[in-house]
Design a protein around this ligand. Structure first.
Ligand SMILES: Cc1cc2nc3c(=O)[nH]c(=O)nc-3n(C[C@H](O)[C@H](O)[C@H](O)COP(=O)(O)OP(=O)(O)OC[C@H]3O[C@@H](n4cnc5c(N)ncnc54)[C@H](O)[C@@H]3O)c2cc1C
Length: 406
């Protein structure tokens, strides 16, 4: 088997690994640094990110945008490697960035290829080698260095960076074990759940809403408690709810066996205001079909689904509605409840919630507390962020921090 000796081996050519390699080589000009990637090319997830526009960070990032087993490392990164530092770095290697009104930062060209290209150009300029089509099976300590066992070669390195990403391997639509490398060095993985994905719901009515988008508020109710709410565009599909606001609840929902999503189609109105509105609309609609109550307010199919969920005959005349039926309908509009189905399907998830315990790394250097000269960065760790550039911010900032340690 071929043996390669290097100073530092970065396992995983994603956002974290590529950033780490760029920064590490800057400080180690004469040392051999390699990025080992099992796919046929590096950075595939960067290319699909942000609908191929790559929302690379968010200038409004706060600790509240993250979910992790320990907040020390994320806090340290936000203080020392904030979004502006990531933007400045990208600008320094040729990427012009532009933020939108929500603070989401994209390349000016709105092309994810631009982000990957500037990183790869920098790697090339500095002389980092990409070793693709190379799957790392395990890493073992051998004296003062590490033996990195790949399918077809052995790489011996003084320093090892594990940047193997999460369980979701969206770009390839294949779910793979990206934790085995860290596990081979004694690290432990927390429970893994798909996050930033559509939420399947147990509803016979949802099919009739396929393709409809509505503005509103969604809340996750776990074991009877409202735990998180988000506003935005709610998208209905054959069996699920999606849209960024739903994505941001999905991690919590997929962790629970007893979760509901409450949809509020008129979040700015109180229950009493919705009831008053319904009485006014009943008066206006008169003897016309009850479905006309929603004309000018909601999509027609949403109106029908609301009536059905409120157990109201859809062929009734509006003025035949009883007070109790109006009350029920107002309740449904105010809080439309969908029972969520817990999902273990990572194929459609943007990120993995859970990962290698962050307590197993030093929060200021991301060096393993189990093995000296081994570092972990990016999504392989138990850190996931909301939708909006926060996950790439974590991947780039942790990669940059580790790169500076090498
Ligand atoms: C569709 C989609 C859209 C997204 N959009 C955004 C967005 O706009 N903004 C945002 O902030 N986040 C977004 N994300 C999330 C973000 O892309 C990830 O959190 C981030 O890319 C993680 O980077 P990483 O380097 O840690 O992991 P990855 O990008 O997953 O990289 C890990 C790499 O390691 C390689 N690897 C794994 N195991 C091995 C092994 N044993 N041997 C060799 N190589 C190995 C993998 O092939 C992979 O290339 C999106 C994700 C998806 C799927």
């Amino acid at each position: 088997m071929k043996t390669i000796n290097v100073y530092a081996a970065i396992i995983g050519g994603g956002a974290a690994g590529l950033m780490c390699a760029c920064v590490a080589k800057k400080n180690n000009k004469d040392k051999r640094i390699v990025v080992i990637e099992r796919d046929n090319r590096v950075g595939k997830k960067i290319l699909v990110s942000g609908n191929s526009r790559c929302n690379l960070t968010n200038i409004n990032t706060t600790i509240d945008n993250y979910h992790t087993d320990s907040y020390d490392g994320v806090n340290f990164l936000l203080e020392n490697y904030p979004p502006q530092k990531i933007i400045d770095y990208f600008e320094s290697i040729g990427l012009v960035c532009k933020s939108d009104s929500d603070g989401r930062v994209y390349p000016l060209s709105r092309q994810s290829t631009a982000v990957l290209s500037v990183l790869r150009n920098e790697l090339k300029r500095r002389g980092v080698e990409e070793i693709c089509d190379t799957n790392v099976v395990s890493v073992t300590k051998s004296g003062n260095s590490y033996k990195i066992k790949c399918d077809d070669k052995l790489i011996i390195a003084e320093k090892v960076v594990i940047a193997t990403g999460g369980k979701n391997n969206y770009a390839q639509k294949v779910v793979t074990n990206t934790y085995c490398v860290a596990e081979s060095l004694g690290h432990k993985v927390t429970a893994l759940t798909p996050s930033l994905c559509a939420v399947k719901v147990d509803s016979k009515l949802i099919k009739s809403l396929k393709g409809i988008r509505a503005q509103g508020k969604v809340s996750a109710v776990i074991d009877g408690k409202k735990v998180k709410s988000e506003c935005g565009e709610i998208q209905f599909s054959t069996d699920s709810l999606s849209g960024i606001c739903v994505f941001n609840l999905s991690g919590l929902i997929n962790k629970s066996k007893n979760a509901k999503i409450i949809v509020q189609l008129l979040p700015d109105y109180s229950f009493e205001e919705i009831k008053d509105m319904l009485y006014r609309r009943v008066k206006l609609t008169g003897s016309d079909n009850v479905q006309e109550l929603f004309t000018g307010l909601f999509h027609k199919n949403i109106g029908i689904a609301l009536l059905k969920d409120s157990k109201i005959d859809t062929s009734l005349s509006a003025n035949k509605l009883s007070n109790s039926q109006i009350n029920t309908l107002a309740k449904t509009i105010n809080e439309w409840i969908f029972n969520a189905i817990k999902s273990n399907d990572f194929s459609g998830a943007q990120v993995t919630s859970g990962g290698i315990k962050t307590r197993e790394v030093d929060p200021r250097t991301f060096e393993s507390r189990i093995n000296k000269n081994v570092y972990l960065c990016g999504e392989v760790l138990d850190v996931d962020g909301d939708c909006g550039g926060f996950n790439l911010q974590f991947a780039f900032s942790s990669g940059m921090c580790v790169g500076e340690q090498l």
